[in-house]
Write a protein that binds this ligand. Structure first.
Ligand code: SF4
Length: 204
């Protein structure tokens, strides 16, 4: 609680429905939550639409606002192109995290929030230490607090899988960009068909 007795207002970057359902459900106990779907990494467009639609179902389930950000695919593509051949968790991903966190922080400042955060650390494929370092740096740069977290801890990922299955949410099988869709791991997890991703559903 803030000194005025109200819950702090938090803008939370969300990358997909399964992650949003678990993490926003957790955070709303302590924060006034607004979700922010800003994911110019997600391709092809049909996949973007599907993940957005499912995320908006989560907004209905939880009764929380979730905003859609601009579809800056060209910006994302230019920013990451030089590292297009890097494996997942490489430098392309660091830039991808940074762009999404920067835009979340920027909107949080613009809309008078107390802090910003992201659900992405829920995924076993996401580096929480890197996300948190980028979040801290971005927050310092823009003058807003960043909520550090590793939501996969305390069995968070498994719990999110159970929860998303209960609600019949779409669970993607690659992180989000076309590079990840073509990756070996993507192919492997698709054939396994068990864990979702995209920020999410475990993978994205
Ligand atoms: S693999 Fe995922 S985190 Fe990495 S660049 Fe692609 S969409 Fe972004």
């Amino acid at each position: 609680m803030t000194s005025g007795g109200r819950r702090p207002a938090l803008l939370v970057h969300v990358c997909c429905a399964p992650d949003a359902l678990y993490v926003l459900g957790l955070l709303r106990e302590a924060y006034e939550i607004t979700g922010y779907f800003y994911n110019p990494n997600i391709q092809p467009p049909s996949e973007y639409e599907l993940r957005l639609r499912e995320t908006m179902r989560v907004a209905d389930i939880l009764g929380l606002p979730i905003l859609e950000g601009p579809r800056d695919f060209d910006r994302w593509s230019k920013a990451t192109h030089v590292f297009r051949d890097e494996p997942e968790k490489g430098r392309r991903c660091d830039i991808c995290y940074a762009l999404r966190l920067f835009e979340t922080a920027r909107l949080a400042v613009e809309t008078g929030k107390d802090a910003f955060a992201t659900v992405m650390s829920l995924s076993p494929w996401k580096k929480a230490d890197v996300l948190n370092r980028i979040g801290r740096m971005t927050g310092r740069r823009l003058g807003i607090g960043y909520l550090e977290a590793d939501f996969k801890k305390k069995d968070g990922f498994r719990k999110s899988v159970v929860l998303s299955k209960q609600h019949g949410l779409y669970r993607q099988d690659y992180c989000g960009c076309l590079y990840s869709k073509r990756s070996e791991r993507g192919a492997e997890s698709r054939s396994r068909g068990d864990i979702g991703g995209g920020g999410g559903g475990g993978l994205g």
